[in-house]
Design a protein around this ligand. Sequence first.
Ligand code: NAD
Ligand code: ZN
Ligand code: ZN
Length: 381
Amino acid sequence: MLAMNYRGPYRVRIDERAEPEIEHPGDAIVRVTRSCICGSDLHLYHGLVPDTRVGTTFGHEFTGVVERVGPDVQRLKPGDRVLVPFNIFCGTCFFCSRELFSNCHNVNPEATAVGGIFGYSHTTGGYAGGQAEYVRVPMADIGPTVLPEGLDEDDAVLLTDVFPTGYQAAEMGSIREGDTVVVFGAGPVGLFAARSAWFMGAGRVIVVDHVEYRLAFAREFAHCETVDFKSVGDMAIHIKKMTDGLGADVCIDCVGAEAAGSFAQTLTGVKLKLQGGAATVLHWAINSVRKGGHVSIVGVYGPTFNALPIGNAVNKGLTLRMNQASVKRHLPKLIEHVQAGRIRPSDIITHRLPLEEVAEGYHLFSSKLDECIKVVLLPPS
Ligand code: NAD
Ligand code: ZN
Ligand code: ZN
């Protein structure tokens, strides 16, 4: 089969490799029909995540058709069309029973923080990803959701991660009626966080980025105000000016590692070929929120970035919440929003490329070329 192959920072290609097999009785093999490239994949692509091994296949946002199932699988059968949450989780451990699926204890027992994720380095379990023609889905009775009748697959694939993640980002901000919410990052996650903030009663939503076409798209898609961070001096002062001197009620980080700029380079030794972004969004979020406000972080940092402007956060009495999203928890609600026509997630898809053009997809998405917002890879059918 064809599969994406990571060769080192900024280098990916397509290769022929063996099809996955059932390794455990609870596995399914899924033939992939849609597979996205995520901002999280960019951290791998940029070399910022430890133990990202050459030769591995990325991809944690995919839909497909069940090809084969192991003997223990009860709920899925060959031919079922499924969307597969990016988390691999057991459904029964201490964390899963509290719906913290992203922190499942049984799928990545060596890690102290995160659970299992498809195609996301050996720090999240070393599972092969879905930027391929076929993928092995462990614990197949637990994660995958059979596509409900009438749910468009382009919408479904955005329910495997970025829409639920944006939604959880807004939820973790504990938004109250009329709140001013600042979302850092106008990528897919930030766009869905901004949309979700309105669902939760925000009175004002402001999205911050520096890529003009993304800010324009955010104004259209999320009906928000925008700030180009290149055009403001001190971010916290700017946000305070916009909010009668108080600061925002809620700040949400939908950017992550690359925003740490030169700090990221120092930590990892990887020379980043990034356009701008050289400011720590964590500082901006903590300094721009009002006293007693909420900061929600879904931007991914990974184990390399264990430094935080903690002094100001304590003195301001902030509530900080953060996590990898627990996708499955949000699906019934979000599928209902989609089916009721309140949101069409697929509006953010700008590029549909054959899987063979995976390298071009990463290049466009990483470099913000051709007004790229979301790339969907299509394996040969
Ligand atoms: P993306 O790379 O498309 O978007 C990031 C955006 O941030 C870009 O538009 C970039 O221009 C902008 N940006 C860079 N520096 C900035 C700064 N200093 N201030 C404001 N904006 C800045 O990625 P995405 O797919 O939207 O993902 C966003 C983040 O969410 C990534 O860190 C990703 O790893 C993370 N993520 C987390 C989860 C989770 O479960 N927690 C799931 C999916 C993605
Ligand atoms: Zn993702
Ligand atoms: Zn579990």
